[in-house]
Design a protein around this ligand. Sequence first.
Ligand SMILES: *Cc1c(COP(=O)(O)O)cnc(C)c1O
Length: 460
Amino acid sequence: MKSKIRKSWAEPYKIKMVELLQMTTATHRKKVMQEAGFNTFLLKSADVYIDLLTYSGTSAMSDRQWAGMMLGDEAYAGSRNFYHLEEVVQNCYGYKYLVPTHQGRGAENILSKILIKKGDIIPGNMYFTTTRLHQELAGGKFEDIIIDEAHDPENEFPFKGNVDLNKLEKLIKKHGAHKIPYVSMATSVNMAGGQPISMENLRALRALTKKHGIRVIHDMTRVAENAHFIQQREKGYHNKPIAAIVKEINSYTDGATMSAKKDALVNIGGFLAVNDWDVFEEARNMVVVYEGLHTYGGLAGRDMEAMAIGIKESLNDDHIHARVGQVIYLGEKMMSYGVPIVKPIGGHGIFVDAKKFLPHIPQHQFPAQTLAAEVYLDSGVRTMERGVVSAGRKANGENYFPKLELVRFTIPRRVYTQAHMDVIAESTARVFERRNKIKGLKMIYEPKYLRFFQAKFQPL
Ligand SMILES: *Cc1c(COP(=O)(O)O)cnc(C)c1O
C-alpha cells in the first residue's frame, strides 16, 4: 500500500556553528526605517532579524569549503586554487576557458565590452539590472524576448523563463543577425521570480541562433535551480542527476557569466567562461584592467578554492532538493494565508505580488517598496522591491513601469530553518490583514544608476 503521509525533504547537513541574531522592538524598527528613507537597502544589518534582502553572497559555507579557505595559495600569479577552479568549471560546467572575476557583474562588464558594438541589439529572456546596464554602457540595446506568460504572475506555465522564438526571429528580421552579437539567456530568470527555461526551448534556441550565426551567452547564476525544475517538470529528465542536466544546459550555449555568490555557495566570486579562444584571449587581456591578473580576477586564492568546492556541492541532488523544498514550503504557507504570490513558486525565493496585495496604491506610489517597508516594520524581516524602483528610467528619462511589481523574499542557502520560514509567512499574513490601512510612498532622493540601492522615500 502506498502511504499517504507526506515524505518531507530535509536538510542534507547538520549545524556545527551558529550566528546569534538581533531581536528588535517595533519602536526601534520604526525609527531606523525612517532613517533609512523606507529603503530596506539602507537598513543596517544589525537591525535585521531575518535577512531575505538577497540570497547573494549570503550562503552558509560547508566545513569542507572552510577547510578549503585554509588551502589558499596566495601567489600573485598561477595560484593552484585557480587551476583547481578551472578544472571544476571545465568538468562540472563544460566550458573551455575560464576568467575569474570578483563577482558576476565583473564578468558582465568584460563580456559586454568585448562583444557589443554601438547600436547592437541584445535580446534576452527578461532583463537583469546589472546585465542590462553593462549592455547599455557598452552601446547596446536590450530587447526582451521572454514569453508573454512570464509577465503574468498568475500564469502557472511550468517554464516561464522560456524564450519566445517568434520575438527573436522578428528582431533578426528587423535588424539583421549582424546587429545581434549574442542572445543573453538566463536560467532561473531572476526578474520573473526565479522561473526556469526548459531544455526543449534551449535546444530550439540553439538551433535558431546557429542558423544565423548568433552566440548564446548564459547568465548561469542559478543554473542548478533551473536544472532542478527541468528534472521535476520536463519529460525525460526525471531520472537524470542535476549535474548531468546542468552540463546539457551549458552545452547549448557558447559561454557564460556567473555570479558564484548564488548557486555556487560562496560569499564572493564569479567568472566568465567561454568556448571561443578569441573571446577568451580578449577577456584575459581586459580582466587585468578591471579585476586583476587572469589567474585571480579580483579574488584571493582561498576564495577560488571555496568556489571550486561550492560548485561541486551545488550540483548535489539532495542539496538542491532541500534548497528548493524550503522555498516551496514558505510559498505554500503564504498562499494558505491568501497572500498573492508569483506562481509557480520559483527556485530562490518567494515573490509577493504587490499590485494585488495593495491594489489601492498606484504604481507611481511604489506599492512594492511600501510593502517591503511594512514587512520590516512588522517583524524585522528584510525583503526588497522588484518593481518600478528597480526598473529605473529609460534613456529619455521616463520611468520604466514594469508589469511586475513585486517584493522578493529571497532565501539564503543553508542559513535559515523551517521555524524561520513560519515567522516570515506569519508576518506577511499580518501585514496582509491590515493592507487597507497602508498608504504609498513618495521618492525624495534618486541616484542616477541602479537607483533602488540608494533611493530615499517618505510616506504619503
Ligand atoms: C546576481 C546576478 C547577477 C550579478 O552578479 P553579482 O555577483 O551580483 O555582480 C547577474 N545576473 C543575475 C541573473 C543575477 O542574479
